[in-house]
Design a protein around this ligand. Structure first.
Ligand code: OSB
Ligand code: MG
Length: 369
């Protein structure tokens, strides 16, 4: 497949409910979507970078700059057979993993369509349904959070994850556990604590959490290993794992007992698969995280979640939890037992609503050689 052109779009989608983490609240999602045009086949990819560089150093603007100026030109006019050919072509650019991931995944998408194969099979998936959990942001009140949890449990979700930060943690977790003593419950701090908080973090132990996600600095695994040695509760790393070698280092150090894989954060499917495989060798389960993706990124997360070591419920939930109108058809739905059934059609199994994408596009340009 020759990459003849790349379309870069900035889209904006209002969230049905605000989403708040330890680093801030958003009401609407701005994102970058790329299309690689390859001799009659179009592959699509979503860049998970946020509008602001708060979760990671990347943002919509940095990703669009780097794709337009460097990464796009490295692919334009090239003959690529597989998504897995892409990382080597982009290797000269350092960092900018979310920008790279959008392009690489678009090529995997094109490859699946060109070969008439389901993307999940191409990735090496084996599961025909995937277990789902939800990530629930910080709310205006404890009552509002408890109401949300009740709704999600009633919908069938298998695991509840709540966002925490200093001032919204022990008391909140205590209320949840009191009301639901048995549910699978975890929390995600998005780097809101330091090692000075170790005694405070030990108070989380009594809530029998499935895991505490990324409690310390976003780029650290050494101090997480110090913390993990002093905690019974499993630590899960999200932000800190950008490469397969990070996963290896973290597991050798004992920094975590679970890994959250986000395909965008790690620069695309190739690196995501490598992390999956390393964790499997260490007998460490992984799960698929989310970045408030539109249906496009969501459909890629679903495909990745079919690999055999995705043993814990992911953050891949139904479209309607985030969007009034999604960009794919059908939208993603979760059954009463909390599973997403894998679709067996070629590509992602979800059709992009290009008319809808056009409607929410705020900027668009096409790159050619
Ligand atoms: O840390 O997992 C995270 C959303 C934005 C940025 C970071 C995170 C999240 C989530 C949402 O937890 C997961 C989802 O997409 O449902
Ligand atoms: Mg996280």
């Amino acid at each position: 497949m020759k990459i003849e052109a790349i379309t870069l779009r900035e889209i904006e989608m209002p969230l049905v409910h605000f989403f708040e983490t330890s680093f801030g609240r958003i009401y609407s999602r701005r994102a970058l979507v790329v299309t690689v045009h390859c001799e009659g086949v179009d592959g699509w990819g979503e860049c998970v970078a946020d509008e602001a560089p708060f979760y990671s150093g990347e943002s919509v603007e940095t990703a669009s700059h780097v794709i337009r100026t460097y990464l796009g030109p490295m692919l334009l006019g090239k003959q690529v057979e597989k998504g897995s050919d892409v990382p080597a072509l982009l290797a000269r650019v350092r960092a900018h993993r979310m920008a790279k991931g959008a392009l690489e995944n678009a090529v995997w998408d094109a490859e699946a369509k060109a070969r008439n194969l389901p993307l999940w099979k191409l990735l090496g998936g084996t599961l025909n349904k995937i277990p789902c959990g939800v990530s629930i942001g910080i709310q205006d009140s404890h009552e509002q959070l408890l109401d949300k949890i009740e709704t999600e449990l009633a919908a069938g979700y298998q695991r509840i994850k709540v966002k925490v930060k200093p001032g919204w943690d022990v008391e909140v977790l205590a209320k949840i556990r009191k009301r639901w003593p048995q549910i699978l419950l975890s929390c995600d701090a998005n780097s809101a604590y330091t090692l000075n908080d170790i005694e405070h973090l030990k108070k989380f132990e009594e809530f029998k959490l499935l895991m505490i996600e990324q409690p310390l600095w976003n780029d650290d695994f050494y101090f997480h290993s110090v913390l993990q040695k002093q905690m019974q509760t499993a630590i899960c790393l999200d932000e800190a794992i950008e490469f397969a070698r990070d996963a290896q280092a973290a597991l050798e150090l004992g920094s975590c007992r679970i890994i959250n894989i986000k395909v965008g954060r790690v620069g695309g499917f190739s690196e995501a698969i490598k992390i999956h495989d390393i964790a499997q060798k260490f007998n460490v389960p992984v799960w698929c995280g989310g970045m408030l993706e539109t249906g496009l990124g969501r459909s890629h997360n679903i495909a990745l979640s079919t690999l055999p070591n995705f043993k814990l419920p992911g953050d891949v939930s139904a479209s309607k939890r985030y969007w009034k109108e999604d960009v794919i058809e059908p939208e993603v739905t979760v059954d009463r037992e909390g599973f997403i059934a894998i679709r067996d059609e070629p590509g992602t199994g979800y059709k992009l609503r290009e008319d809808q994408i056009e409607k929410i596009t705020v900027k668009k340009e096409t790159l050619r050689k």
